[in-house]
Every structure is written in structure tokens, then in C-alpha cells.
Ligand binder design. Structure first.
Ligand SMILES: Cc1ncc(COP(=O)(O)O)c(C=O)c1O
Length: 328
């Protein structure tokens, strides 16, 4: 991948054949953001591209952001910073932990500071970054999760990328998008890119009331767009980060059926929520949906033993509905 931040990589669009789609006449294609780069892959490169341009324009030399000990966002930020010639600063929630992600952050040269839990809650204060800016005068600060309009703008291009590959999957058109929503920034980018032409369905990785609805509405308002063209459902299965036996079984069964590797917290929960909706008859026969593989596989490493322990025999799982519409 080039160090030129203006050149965004193209994510391949592929047909996704699933046993549970048979008999529903719903068709899926998957937009493989996970394939664009082993380190910078997923939605992060798109969310960060505008920030990199801004940081360069501002003459910054260090990129800073916040996250947890398994954060996909910090992982991508540290890799991107190193790739593009910036130093990086990561402010972490809680107390020092040794995780595969943290080891990578260190290997990428990110300076890490553990804020504890109380210190991390301070991140919403207006003056939060002041002390860090005093220490690093050419610091460029990015909100937790890369949230915000600039990140969303970087994701708009995904609409064009997918449309340019419809013929490759034998489609003349499509009827909507399905993806995981954490901050809702990627979803907002698709809504902006679609400009009302196709609906965007987001399965949230956090339960309702944790701010996704508000954030998406804020981004669209800031962009001068109507708060419309999307739907949010609770795909969290009770809590962010919660992994249960049904989810672990679903992941295992996906892998047996040739679905690309999914991360448990975002893409697997999103696909599981979609399965429930499709089997519940939400989508009319003939509907064609683009499912976004938003990456996140680096975060899965620490969870492998737990997934393995929870999964049990392949044929022993059943999916409990755990999604409700949050925003129609
Ligand atoms: C793998 C993965 N997928 C999806 C998301 C959600 O993206 P967004 O925050 O733009 O909603 C995230 C991060 O939050 C993520 O790490």
C-alpha cells in the first residue's frame, strides 16, 4: 500500500453463499475491507484517511487517540502512523495489560499511557487534550474510535467501490447495505454516499442507549443531511464485548461453510443479526444486500481460547433473537 494517503485501496466485492440463505431468495455480497491490507485493513483506513490529510496540512508529527487493550482503532492508527511517517500516542482505558494488540502497538512504536478507568472517563472534557498538546506541540488528536464526520467522509467512497464491482458478482443492482456499527461513523459514511438511494442497516455492537443513535444523527446533521436513509438494530447480544455460546457456535459454523474469517464483536454479531432478520422474513424475496466486512481480526486473537471453549460441537447451536430496531 502506498504512503500516499489520497489513494484509497479498493476492497473486493464477492458473492456470499450461505446455507441459511437457501430458500429465502435473499442474496448477499460481501465487501472485503479486511482484504485491503494485512495491517491497515478494515474500515479504519477509510475512517483515518481524512485525518491523515488534515494532520499533514496542520504540520503535525504525532497522531494521538484513545482505546482499549484490544482496540482495532488504535491498532490501525499505530500501523498507519508508522506507515505514513508520523509518531503515535495511544491513551488506553484501564491499567496496563499484556495483550496481542498492546504488543503490536509497542512494536509499531506507539507511545502508550494507561489512564485508569477514571482518567479515561475524562476524555469527554473539553480540555482533555490540553495537557497532551503541551507535551507534544505538533500533536493531531483523533476521537475515540475515529468517530466523526471526517471519518464518515472517508467511508463514502465505499459506495462507489461496491457499485463499480456489481457486474463482477453478476448483479445489475442492489437493495441496501448491512454492517456493524460501533460509533456509527462507517454507517454514516455509507448514508452520505448513498444520498437516499439505498437504505443502510446497522447492527450495533453496543446496546441501545450507548450513543450510536445520537452520534449518527450528529454526523448527518453536521454534514447538512437529513437524519434518514438508515436503520439501527441492537446486534450487541446484551453488551459490547459479550461473547456467548450461540455466537461462538455461529462463528464456527460460518467458518465450516467457507465464510471469510469474522471478528466476534462486530462482523460476526452483525452477520448473526442479519441471519435473524432474513429468517424472520424482514427482507422480501429477491432482496440483494451488501454486507461490509469491516475487519477487526487482530482483536480476535486474544479471544480464540474462549471462542473455542464456548463453541462446543458444530451442530449444537441455536440462535436466540437479540436484536431490536432502534431507529427506523
Ligand atoms: C472491526 C470493526 N467493525 C466495525 C466497527 C464499527 O465502526 P464504526 O465505529 O465506524 O461504527 C469497528 C470499530 O468501531 C470495528 O473495529
Amino acid at each position: 500500500m502506498s504512503g500516499n494517503v489520497a489513494r484509497l485501496p479498493r476492497a473486493p466485492l464477492q458473492r456470499l453463499q450461505l446455507d441459511w440463505l437457501q430458500g429465502t431468495a435473499v442474496e448477499l455480497a460481501i465487501l472485503r475491507l479486511d482484504l485491503i491490507d494485512p495491517l491497515l485493513g478494515g474500515n479504519k483506513w477509510f475512517k483515518l484517511s481524512g485525518h491523515l490529510q488534515q494532520a499533514r496540512l496542520a504540520g503535525a508529527d504525532c497522531l494521538a487517540s484513545l482505546g482499549g487493550a484490544h482496540s482495532n482503532h488504535l491498532h490501525a492508527l499505530a500501523a498507519t502512523a508508522r506507515h505514513c511517517g508520523f509518531s503515535s500516542l495511544g491513551l488506553l482505558r484501564g491499567h496496563p495489560q499484556d495483550t496481542p494488540t498492546v504488543r503490536d502497538l509497542q512494536a509499531f512504536g506507539m507511545q502508550l499511557h494507561w489512564l485508569g478507568y477514571g482518567g479515561y472517563r475524562e476524555r469527554h472534557r473539553e480540555d482533555f487534550w490540553d495537557a497532551w498538546r503541551a507535551r507534544h506541540p505538533r500533536l493531531y488528536c483523533i476521537d475515540e474510535g475515529g468517530a466523526g464526520l471526517l471519518g464518515a467522509r472517508g467511508c463514502e467512497v465505499l459506495v462507489e467501490q461496491a457499485r463499480g464491482q456489481l457486474q463482477d458478482v453478476g448483479w445489475g443492482g442492489y437493495d441496501g447495505w448491512w454492517l456493524a456499527a460501533g460509533t456509527g461513523t462507517t454507517l454514516a459514511g455509507l448514508v452520505l454516499g448513498e444520498n437516499g438511494q439505498h437504505p443502510v442497516h446497522g447492527a450495533t455492537a453496543v446496546p441501545s442507549g450507548h450513543g450510536v443513535e445520537r452520534r449518527v444523527a450528529e454526523i448527518l446533521r453536521e454534514a447538512g443531511c437529513a437524519d434518514a436513509g438508515y436503520r439501527l438494530l441492537d446486534g450487541s447480544r446484551g453488551a459490547f464485548g459479550k461473547v456467548d455460546a450461540e455466537l461462538a457456535g455461529f462463528i464456527r459454523q460460518c467458518e465450516h461453510n467457507g465464510v471469510p474469517l469474522l471478528d466476534p464483536l462486530y462482523t460476526a454479531k452483525a452477520l448473526m443479526a442479519l441471519r435473524y432478520q432474513v429468517l424472520g422474513g424482514y427482507f422480501a424475496p429477491g432482496t440483494r444486500l451488501i454486507f461490509v466486512h469491516s475487519g477487526g481480526l487482530q482483536g480476535r486473537r486474544a479471544m480464540e481460547p474462549r471462542l473455542e471453549a464456548l463453541a462446543g460441537p458444530v451442530d449444537s447451536f441455536d440462535i436466540q433473537p437479540a436484536e431490536q430496531a432502534l431507529h427506523e
